[in-house]
Design a protein around this ligand. Structure first.
Ligand code: PHE
Length: 365
């Protein structure tokens, strides 16, 4: 195998070399390299030593860099890099030819790329938990429309057209399509994005199966947005219709749920209230889990309203064709998101983060 002329290396000691001469030696090295490989039957390792080893011409020539005058350094540096790259390319070609590098090779022991795994949204998790708690009490989850006739959302619930009680549920209306037959709504043709899940009450009664123990969980829509409201949210509506149902039954169910969902530390209170579709009516509050009842940005006074409850109004029962001489019942409707936020250990002070779609938040649950 041909050895490189070491003449220049030998002059290393006198430490001077004209720049042009260094450049032409470098270029000659590059020119010769392919030739070197073709002519020899040297192994990959021998070639590697020849090109890049301690005693290689390249190593020796590189040592002259120190003595190149400042103004020539850049020019020589560029040439030196080109020579190195070209030798590296030749060497890797040689490696492939010698079977040292196999491009099809795969390191099966290398760590894999873990595919991102998602999970159910926290609101869905809350819905599942709520469903389970009520299942234990014999309530079955049902589905009723989230876009419904004015009749089911308002009229049938004892809220006639233009009744001020509707204002609280100011909602999104959809124009009635001419030709589509309206249901139960002489003169009231509106379709609404349901502002509450109470539209499921009369729909459930219409099924004609008694007793009723339903839990209707669905999306609701209202024109409101702030730290404790989003325009779309979820409610769960309980309805129990049977013979001789009392407020005691209602309180028992509410307490059972509060204990199971929020934990034994949270306090609840019931205040008299007014709803058109229940009589008597109540509002159910739970002590705020963020400030423990002291008052904070979210709750203001230490209590958070969960939602309403009451004994189903006879007019509503009649609209659902229930025989009020034998049957009565209670109903309640609470917000899923609110319940989730008030749950022990959840330090959320703005309900809107639930729908911000920020995975940094969602991944924590
Ligand atoms: N629908 C009422 C609301 O959205 C809650 C409610 C449901 C009240 C059932 C009484 C009975 O606020």
């Amino acid at each position: 195998m041909k050895q490189y002329n070491k003449s220049m290396s030998d002059t290393n000691e006198n430490k001077t070399i004209p720049t042009d001469q260094l450049v032409s030696l470098l270029l000659a090295l590059k020119e010769d390299a392919q030739h070197q490989i073709d002519e020899s039957d040297a192994s990959y390792e021998e070639i590697r030593q020849l090109f890049f080893g301690k005693e290689s011409e390249l190593t020796h020539l590189t040592q002259f860099m120190r003595f190149v005058p400042k103004e020539d350094k850049q020019r020589v540096g560029i040439v030196l890099n080109q020579v190195k790259q070209s030798l590296e390319a030749l060497l890797s070609k040689k490696a492939k030819e010698s079977g040292i590098v196999n491009e099809d090779w795969m390191d099966v022991t290398a760590p894999g790329i873990r595919p991102p795994v998602g999970h159910l949204h926290i609101v869905t998790q809350a819905i599942e938990e709520i469903t389970e708690i009520f299942n234990k009490l014999g309530f079955t989850r049902v589905r009723h429309p989230e876009v419904d006739w004015d009749w089911y959302a308002f009229e049938a619930l004892n809220m006639p057209k233009n009744h001020p009680a509707r204002d609280e549920w100011e909602t999104f209306l959809i124009n009635h399509t001419p030709g589509v037959k309206e249901v139960h709504t002489p003169g009231v043709r509106n379709i609404v994005l349901t502002p509450h899940t109470s539209n499921g009450q009369v729909r459930e009664m219409e099924k004609g199966i008694l007793p009723i123990r339903m839990i209707n969980i669905a999306k609701c829509y209202r024109r409101q947005i702030d730290v404790s409201h989003t325009p779309m949210f979820h409610q769960f509506e309980g309805l129990y219709i049977d013979k001789n149902v009392s407020i005691g039954h209602l309180k028992g169910v509410l307490d059972y749920f509060a204990k199971a969902f929020f934990g034994p530390d949270r306090k609840t209170r019931i205040r008299p209230f007014h709803f058109q579709f229940t009589e008597p009516s109540f509002e159910v509050d739970i002590s705020c889990g963020i400030c423990n009842g002291k008052g904070c940005r979210l709750c203001k006074e230490g209590w958070l309203e969960l939602g309403g409850a009451g004994m189903v109004h006879p007019v509503v029962l009649a609209n659902g064709r229930i025989d009020t001489t034998f049957y009565n019942g209670f109903a309640f409707g609470w917000g899923v998101e609110r319940c989730f936020m008030m749950k022990s250990g959840t330090q959320l002070d703005d309900i809107r983060v639930l729908y911000g779609n920020d995975v940094r938040f969602l991944e924590q649950f």
